[in-house]
Design a protein around this ligand. Structure first.
Ligand code: SAH
Length: 292
């Protein structure tokens, strides 16, 4: 993992943060002690950083041009896993979903007494902090489904649970039984710890692997992975949905949306609703009237 710092952003700071967020990153401002020592920082693995440098330089030129400023100096330093976790912990944020749900890092304390469920997570190296738009989109679908279709909260399947965030949210929001799978066994260990931390370990069954080991049908399936894995899994999802079931998929780029939906229809699924954040899109899908 690399820590990338844009040094002394000056008046461009807000615009740079907005640009980086629009690129799907979770930037933070590191305040220096003296004037002008501030920097905007974000984290990226080596391959993504290599691919992103051109787009970053272009963005910096454009934004700083508007402000009549020269672009900030870029500094990138590789972090080992211990440094990465420490850095990440320092900047991890609390996410609020209206008045309905709070997701916070386990080491952060809320200043006021919450009136809604709070999920407390330590994702360690697993994905799923609430920091990524694709996770937040799933959580918003979940909250909406609970409001308009509370019956959909009986049996829930979370495919690619990562830190366990979606499974835990489903359980905290009233699901009777949750099954969560991930092909990454380390993620499952983290997810189980998080489930215990949130008092819902009894409600969630964690299973290594993907859908092959799942034979039941569910009222609600959540899957925040990526476009290609999701489309491959379409027929398997369809077989595990109850006739009135809802499938929430996320991790899809907006530009992939139309093609993705066409493939969904071919697999017998149709769109029920759409949510968008930054360049990400997430859909809730139901079984179509026509089976393919
Ligand atoms: N659900 C979390 C984590 C999403 S990251 C959130 O919404 O934030 C995606 C996760 O899917 C990773 O942990 C990855 O290991 C897992 N994954 C990838 N392909 C998978 C597959 N085919 N079946 C099950 N899990 C998969």
């Amino acid at each position: 993992m690399n820590e990338i710092a844009l040094l002394h952003p000056g008046p461009c700071e807000e615009a740079l943060l907005a640009f980086l967020e629009a690129c799907g990153l979770s930037p933070a401002v590191k305040r220096g002690f003296a004037d002008g020592e501030d920097s905007v920082i974000f984290y990226m693995d080596e391959a993504s950083w290599k691919a992103f440098q051109g787009k970053l330089r272009e963005g910096l030129d454009r934004i700083c041009g508007i402000f009549g400023q020269s672009p900030p100096e870029i500094s990138a330093r590789p972090l080992d896993s211990v440094q990465w976790q420490e850095a990440w912990k320092r900047y991890a944020k609390i996410y609020r979903f209206g008045k309905d749900l709070i997701v916070k890092p386990s080491w952060r304390v809320l200043r006021t007494q919450p009136t809604c469920p709070v999920i407390s997570l330590d994702p360690r190296m697993a994905f799923g902090t609430g920091g990524h738009a694709s996770t937040r989109l799933c959580l918003r679908h979940l909250l909406q489904i609970r409001k308009v279709a509370p019956d959909q909260f009986c049996d829930v399947l979370d495919v690619g649970t990562g830190s366990g965030i979606l499974a835990i949210a489903a359980a905290r929001l009233g699901a009777e039984r949750v099954v969560a799978v991930d092909i990454d066994r380390d993620a499952l260990t983290v997810a189980e710890e998080n489930a215990r931390r949130n008092g819902v370990a009894e409600l969630i069954e964690f299973q290594p692997g993907s859908l092959a080991g799942i034979h039941d049908r569910f009222d609600l399936i959540l899957a925040n992975i990526n476009e290609s894995v999701l489309t491959e899994l379409f027929p398997e999802f369809a077989r595990r949905l109850r006739s009135t079931g809802i499938l929430v998929v996320s991790g899809i780029l907006r530009k992939q949306g139309q093609a993705f939906l066409k493939k969904a229809v071919r697999a017998g699924l149709e769109r029920r609703s759409t949510r968008v954040e930054k360049e990400w899109v997430s859909y809730s899908l139901i079984l179509g009237k026509r089976t393919p």
